[in-house]
Design a protein around this ligand. Structure first.
Ligand code: PMP
Length: 366
């Protein structure tokens, strides 16, 4: 059976090797006669997987020793709430840099918590009036010097807008939503106080969320909250405060082991940059037909968004691509157009096939 070329935005393509490993081990994990899902999360068989997943994250992302690596539940959306709950004190304030739909959501969850606690949440800058066509740089932003943290989104999955380099917005601790570009390229963890990412794009299945946070920042978090919403409690319990999503974490481990085998972050980054360059080259070579709304320096290497001359042609494009085995190319319903998500597991030859399909589509219909 030939697997479809999967360009879904998330949940997204997973490395075939990680899935095959899961298939091979499904009924009999590590010679125990039962699946990993059926093991106690307090037993040594599962704990080995858990610890390996955490260690691989640390190794692949080169996480400094004074940072905690956590695996939590509730998706990135839960982090939209947990960040202000932990770090925005009553009467305090936090800054949000809004570069697309996801940072908008993060901000509105911050607002909800601020409203309940008499704190303030500010939009330090918004790209909305620009149609979210570029990232916002430190020069665009009005910061509150006393902010408890500044929040930004490294890659906007819907708008296809990505920071080429991690920005520095003043001296407040930086909190970054990296859901759609974690593990896709090298970055310096020590520039950030807290990173969070839903796993379902680059690192595993949905239901698993990775958080990487500087220990002294975690310690500063509010202590009068239920333990389940305190980062501190999860860190102390090594992400085993309650029953974790063991099968999801097992799959995450498989994906991370695959990533390491591929050569780690540098090799994945090279591959990802090449894949994106192939698609942007076709878009730029046909300016009368394809249009990428994103400014060149803010173009995402993970989510390539573009428009065709008409919505009818876009629909035909998506339908024909599907018939040729390419899935998930429809843009997010809120913005329309086309989106090709090029996460780690997306094979370079799928991208070449898509590029050839795009060129051919122009020839036939342009
Ligand atoms: N942030 C970003 C950048 C995302 O792409 C997404 C999901 N597409 C989310 C947050 C929300 O993630 P979840 O559905 O895991 O809550």
């Amino acid at each position: 059976m030939r697997r479809p070329m999967n360009f879904n935005a998330g949940p997204a393509s997973l490395p075939l090797a990680a899935l095959q490993r899961a298939r091979d081990e499904l009924l009999d994990f590590a010679g125990t006669g039962i699946s990993v899902m059926e093991h106690s999360h307090r037993g040594k068989e599962y704990e080995r997987v858990h610890d390996e997943a955490l260690a691989l994250l640390r190794e692949l992302l080169d996480v400094p020793a004074d940072y905690d690596v956590l695996i939590l539940q509730g998706g990135a959306s839960m982090q939209f709430a947990l960040v202000p709950m932990n770090f925005l004190p009553p009467g305090g304030s936090a800054d949000y840099v809004v570069t697309g739909a996801w940072s908008e959501k993060a901000h509105s969850e911050g607002l909800a918590w601020a409203g309940a606690t008499g704190a303030r949440v500010r939009v330090a800058a918004s790209g909305k009036a620009l149609g979210y066509t570029r990232v916002l740089s430190p020069g665009d932003v009005r910061l509150d010097e006393d902010a408890a943290y500044v929040h930004f989104t490294s890659n906007e999955t819907i708008h296809g807008v990505q920071y080429a380099e991690l920005p520095r917005f003043g001296s407040a601790p930086h909190v970054c939503d990296m859901s759609s570009d974690i593990l896709s390229r090298r970055f310096d963890v020590s520039q950030l106080a807290l990173i969070y990412a839903g796993a379902q794009k680059n690192i595993g299945p949905s239901g698993v969320t990775v958080v990487i946070a500087r220990r002294d920042f975690v310690e500063r978090g509010r202590k009068d909250l239920p333990a389940i919403v305190q980062y501190r409690a999860h860190a102390q319990a090594r992400s085993l405060l309650n029953t974790p999503p063991t099968f999801g974490i097992y799959l995450l481990r498989n994906v991370l082991a695959w990533a390491k085998g591929e050569g780690g972050l540098d090799a994945l980054e090279r591959r990802n940059r090449n894949k994106a360059a192939v698609l942007y080259a076709v878009i730029d070579a046909n300016p009368q037909f394809f249009r990428c709304p994103v400014e060149v320096t803010s173009r995402s290497i993970m989510n390539v968004v573009f428009r065709l001359p008409t919505e009818d042609l876009e629909k035909t494009f998506v339908d024909e691509a599907k018939k040729s085995g390419m899935l998930g190319l429809k843009g997010h319903r809120s913005v329309g157009g086309i989106r090709a998500s090029l996460y780690n597991a997306v094979e370079p030859d799928w991208v070449s096939t898509l590029a050839a399909f795009m060129s051919d589509f122009v020839r036939r219909t342009g």
